[in-house]
Design a protein around this ligand. Structure first.
Ligand code: PMV
Length: 337
């Protein structure tokens, strides 16, 4: 059996602009999805999870005809994740063993519900590619560049457009400066752990829907849209310097500016607007929507780690769930047992 642990992630700076080849800063969270993968010879993909939808689901699908053989729950979210798993397997096999279609039994466990905007679809892609490469090579020493490249391709094919940010961050782990045009995910080494708080509220639309809507509206006012993207790129480069200098005040200012531009793109939900303003009002140096928006994840920067419990309480008062107060955990981990 192959066991893959894969972290979720947040975007600190640069979401959306990274789709248009501007840099971004993202980090893994010490919160992991786990995949237990056992190869079998029936040519079917069996997936079981009791946590991704908050209830047990099992689905079996014929890998050649893509026919669902049996399913305990036929929900859009199950099928959505299945698309990432099937595409990741197809692309991995095309690379490593063309023509092969292995049967697999996959048991998934997730600490968060599907689609909250913490990179969960990228985590599914990275985990599936990692398990596939480890299965075919019978080794846990899998090339991370290869994992990230195939997982990114998976996201692009399933969603239509995706930056390499989520897949590269989740594969390599840590706090990363993403150069999407290479693509490359440079590790940013911090002098001290950043005092951040990460939480989420339910998300109302998928990342693909939100990105398409932003693109469509941007095309109506291209000059202004491009100026916003350029400004986000500038914010990201300044934020990298602020992190390297451990200048928390500057980092907070940049976080608030980045959030303002996400408001301009109209991807910030009412709940997020309230949470972000409340967190700043009680002393957070900065707070912003993280990722695609439409609800989903947010991140706040505190003056110090001591203030994190107080900020958590404020966010919880707005029905947010707190998921982490630390960033920069390890990337994907693969074991054979
Ligand atoms: O909300 P998430 O974790 O799916 O992040 C999406 C980030 C975007 O920049 C909006 C899209 C992308 O592909 O980078």
């Amino acid at each position: 059996m192959i066991v893959v642990k894969v972290p979720l992630k947040i975007t600190l700076f640069g979401e959306y602009a990274v789709v248009f080849r501007k840099p971004a800063i993202a980090a893994t969270l010490p919160v992991y999805m786990s995949f237990k993968v056992t190869p079998n010879n029936d040519g079917l993909l069996h997936i079981k999870s009791s946590t991704l939808l908050g209830k047990l689901y099992m689905v079996s699908i014929d890998r050649t005809s893509l026919k669902v053989i049996n399913s305990y729950v036929e929900e859009a979210e199950v099928l959505k994740f299945l698309r990432y798993v099937l595409k990741a397997l197809e692309l991995c096999e095309a690379e490593i063993r063309p023509g092969s279609k292995k049967g697999l039994y996959i048991e998934m466990e997730s600490p968060v519900p599907a689609g909250v905007g913490l990179g969960s679809s990228a985590a599914v892609s990275v985990a599936t590619v990692s398990a596939c490469l480890a299965t075919y090579t019978s080794s846990t020493e899998v090339d991370r560049n290869l994992i990230a490249r195939i997982a990114w391709r998976t996201e692009q094919e399933v969603q239509g457009a995706a930056s390499p940010m989520d897949t590269y961050t989740i594969t390599f782990g840590g706090l990363r400066y993403i150069e999407p045009s290479v693509p490359f995910a440079e590790e940013i080494k911090t002098q001290q752990k950043l005092p951040v708080l990460v939480g989420y509220v339910p998300k109302k639309a998928t990342t693909a829907e939100l990105v398409n809507d932003v693109k469509r509206k941007g095309a109506i006012v291209p000059e202004i849209f491009n100026a916003i993207m350029d400004t986000i790129g500038l914010i990201v480069n300044n934020a990298k310097q602020a992190i390297l200098k451990n200048d928390l005040e500057m980092l907070g200012i940049l976080m608030n500016m980045n959030h303002g531009l996400l408001e301009a793109l109209n991807v910030v939900s009412v709940e997020h607007s309230m949470i972000v303003k409340a967190l700043r009002a009680v002393g957070a140096l900065g707070a912003k929507t993280s990722g695609a928006g439409g609800g989903g994840a947010f991140v706040a920067l505190a003056r110090s780690h001591f203030e994190i419990p107080m900020l958590s309480k404020v966010a919880e008062a707005f029905n947010a769930k707190i998921i982490a107060s630390e960033i920069g955990s390890s990337g994907v981990m693969i074991a054979i047992s």
